[in-house]
Design a binder for this molecule. Sequence first.
Ligand code: HEC
Length: 132
Amino acid sequence: MRSCASCHGRKLQGQPLWQLDDQHSHRRAPAHDETGHTWQHSDEEIFQMIKFGRFSTTPPGAVSYMPAFEDVLSDPEILEVMAFIKARWPLGLRVSQEMLNPGFTGMPARANEWTLPPNCTATLQRWRAESR
Ligand code: HEC
């Protein structure tokens, strides 16, 4: 609430118009809830973004409008913020995000209860049958 909500929103909804692809795109803080794209990054990437204000893959010269929190939050505090954000994602998104982590670390409890929607499952079965 103290460090992130002013930009990313009290309900993780992001800055107004954050999705807009105009001259301010990437300067507005994106949503951290399921409407954003934070869940499309591994734990390592999210951690780096919070600690250093950039992903490790961001080119050195590129300007980032995300502040670095390395002097503000300890590593355990960064992990706590990440846990707070992740706890608000629907189970499917949590599973999808944890699959980006090496060894699928952090797979949420009850992950085995999650299934793809029926139409997705049918596509997957067809794909498996065709690739045999
Ligand atoms: C001054 C405004 C501001 C504050 C405060 C701020 N952020 Fe950000 N944050 C941004 C902006 C702007 C971006 C988008 C950067 C970009 O696209 O290059 C961003 C991006 C991110 C991303 C990457 C999301 C993605 O999917 O690419 C994460 C994770 C993140 N912020 C976490 C946090 C956390 C956690 C805090 C609090 C500890 C925080 N931010 C505080 C402005 C802010």
